[in-house]
Write a protein that binds this ligand. Sequence first.
Ligand SMILES: Cc1ncc(COP(=O)(O)O)c(C=O)c1O
Length: 386
Amino acid sequence: MAKEVIYLDYASASPMDPQVLAAMQPYFADTFYNPSAPYLAAKAVKADIEKARETVAHWFGARPSNIVFTSGGTEANNLAIVGIAGKHRGAHIISTAIEHESILKPLAYLKQLGWKYTLVAPKPDGIVDPTAIAKAITHRTVLVSVMYANNEIGTVQPLKEITAAVAAVRKQRQKTGNLLPLYVHTDACQAAAYLDLHVARLGVDLMTINGGKIYGPKQSGVLYINSHVDIGPVIFGGGQERGLRSGTENVGGIIGLATALDLVQNRRQAERTRLTELQDIFIKELADKLPVATINGSLHRRLPNNLHITIPGTDNERLLFALDSAGIQCAAGSACSASKEEASHVLRALGMNDYEARASLRFSMGRGTTEKDIRYTASTLAKIVA
Ligand SMILES: Cc1ncc(COP(=O)(O)O)c(C=O)c1O
């Protein structure tokens, strides 16, 4: 049997909910059919996909036809950025300096092909100022993409204020006769288990979520696209998903994602309360046992499951190894930046130097996390650092 571990890396991957696994299972063997096939059994699978689409649409407050299933958060983000850019040649896109690589890399790629983009820096507390976003809008801006919650430092952006600021500029711009659309996209991958996903309340035109962070399957995702958005595909082929994402549907993944979303959104308030209490205990324990540690990112606008700290003078590679040996699994940043040579671009955007960034750790809690785990983690970390 595997040794007992304390898993504090839920922002990187969450274990699949048994109910999700059970809901997915039939589609791999018993009802394996291609949903586009003409016989009744295949049509039933197609109907199950449509039911899953309705479930996702319900939580987004959207129409089912606005839901596009993808292979994950990365693909949904690429589709939002590249799909809109493809329909608006040479236009300008705004995003932030703390986005996931699946936003930043497509932007860098588009730049090579002639598009322009601006990355707005957050304030030192990791919050993006809505006024700074509005100020960055030019007469050529077609898209603003701001993540809902950050995957490293857990900060939650004032999305409603940002979309309101963009709407005000959009209105002004229209008055000048400029008919270029101005859309807002949000990457809600880290937010989906804890925050309101109602697209009209948030004021967004496009939104990404993925299954792997909400106790659903990896390689499953959604891009919500409002009907008025002028967007093209990035994957071409047989025309599935309204032609925006060709390829035989990952039926198990789609069913799993919808089931997982339903479960996390139904439990959202209770889990938020529970994790906020654990977060408070974690903060108090660290203040008591390891007072040199500082917390990164706003404490007020923050996911309930995230604690990101810097312990000056330490090296996170060494700390991660020592924590792992003590049975505690956590991360240095996002899963993809943890093993890279460069320091995290998110921490650099907060104004940290490389040494401070490399002295930082991310703890992300989840369903299995208990108060005992948190107290043990804080005291173990204090002993390792001492
Ligand atoms: C904020 C954010 N966006 C996008 C992604 C990428 O999602 P996926 O791994 O499903 O492609 C992740 C996951 O690492 C994430 O945390």
